[in-house]
Design a protein around this ligand. Structure first.
Ligand code: AMP
Ligand code: MG
Length: 331
């Protein structure tokens, strides 16, 4: 079956084509356009306008790249949530229009679950991972238990990517700041004490964001602050992930989301995994960030397990939680 998936939860719009005819997840194409605000953070309406501007061309180009025509598509899937309302609506509207115009079924998928399934689908031996999902808006530790993907820990305030971007914006690094903070952190020499907030299995980053800003105002070196932000937040993320692995007795750990590009985060989680005798996995960068291929792949899994959706009922859900999804495609 060939599925075209449309992802549009936040600042990027992506279209991917996936085929599973040989029983494996084959990504035929996976194109992404990223909205970058000139200043400030992501404005939902402007991000949605950006998506509307590019979506038709992206669909066309992704079919060309995959060497298919619209007749070859068996299923259209889209990101139902969670995310920014105007962005989700733009992606869903495009998916509905495509589904109706080619007369093929439509399916809506949970974005966070898609990050986990693309790892399972494309990485050998990554069968039952604990996912550390670190993106701009989302920060969750997710694993499968009793028919659902359960959230074992999550941020209680802002996502880790948002924390990095907000700090970066306040000190003039521009958006997205994560990669710039990573570069500056490499030159950091001194650890500055920052709040390490773990509450039960959950995390919080806004106190650390305030404290990091105060160090900057006091004239501490930006390199030391970036280094300290990474060491503190990534240690907390790694700790919660390790506890979820111990609790669920799983021995695979998977990274997902834009912050998973960070080498220091990868290193910390990898060391933790090695010390536990567990395996560490991270998808290729194009499948780690928000992308259409992961939406297409989860669409195929859901459709083949018997899930159906009517265009009339294909609503988006800004607060679509990971643990609301009935996982019908796994034992
Ligand atoms: P996503 O929401 O999954 O598309 O990821 C976007 C987030 O990833 C933004 O907050 C970026 O700042 C962050 N990000 C991207 N690359 C890096 C990096 N190398 N280190 C830390 N954060 C990063
Ligand atoms: Mg994401």
């Amino acid at each position: 079956m060939i599925c075209l998936g449309i992802e549009g939860t936040a600042h990027s719009i992506g279209v991917g084509v996936v085929n599973d005819d040989d029983g494996k997840c084959r990504v035929f194409s996976n194109l992404i356009k990223i909205y970058r605000p000139e200043k400030g953070g992501i404005h939902p309406r402007e991000a949605a306008n950006h998506h509307a501007k590019y979506i038709a061309d992206l669909i066309k180009e992704s079919m060309e790249k995959a060497k298919i025509c619209s007749n070859d598509i068996n299923l259209v899937s889209f990101s139902m949530g969670p995310g920014l309302g105007p962005c989700l609506r733009t992606a869903a509207t495009a998916a509905r229009a495509l589904s109706l115009s080619i007369n093929k079924p439509i399916i809506g998928v949970n974005h966070c679950v898609a990050h986990l399934e693309i790892g399972r689908g494309t990485l050998d031996d990554c069968n039952d991972p604990v996912l550390l999902y670190t993106s701009g808006a989302n920060t969750q530790v997710i694993a499968f238990a009793e028919g659902r993907y359960r959230v074992f820990g999550e941020t209680l305030d802002i996502g880790i990517g948002n924390c990095l971007d907000k700090f970066g914006r306040n000190v003039g690094l521009g958006f997205p700041s994560g990669p710039k903070i990573e570069e500056l952190a490499k030159k950091g020499k001194q650890y500055l004490k920052l709040p390490y907030s773990i509450k039960g299995m959950d995390l919080a980053f806004s106190g650390l964001l305030t404290a990091a800003g105060q160090y900057y105002e006091k004239g501490e070196s930006l390199e030391d602050i970036c280094y300290s932000i990474q060491e503190t937040t990534f240690a907390a993320l790694t700790e919660v992930t390790e506890r979820a692995m111990a609790h669920t007795e799983k021995n695979n750990v998977l990274l997902g989301g834009g912050v998973a590009s960070n080498k220091r985060l990868r290193e910390m989680v990898q060391i933790m995994a090695e010390e536990r005798g567990a395996s560490f996995f991270v998808p290729t960068r194009d499948l780690c960030i928000d992308n259409g291929a992961m939406i297409a792949w989860l669409g195929i899994l859901m459709y083949k397990s018997g899930i159906r959706l009517k265009v009339e009922g294909s609503f988006i859900d800004q607060r679509f939680r990971t643990d609301m999804v009935d996982v019908t495609w796994r034992d």
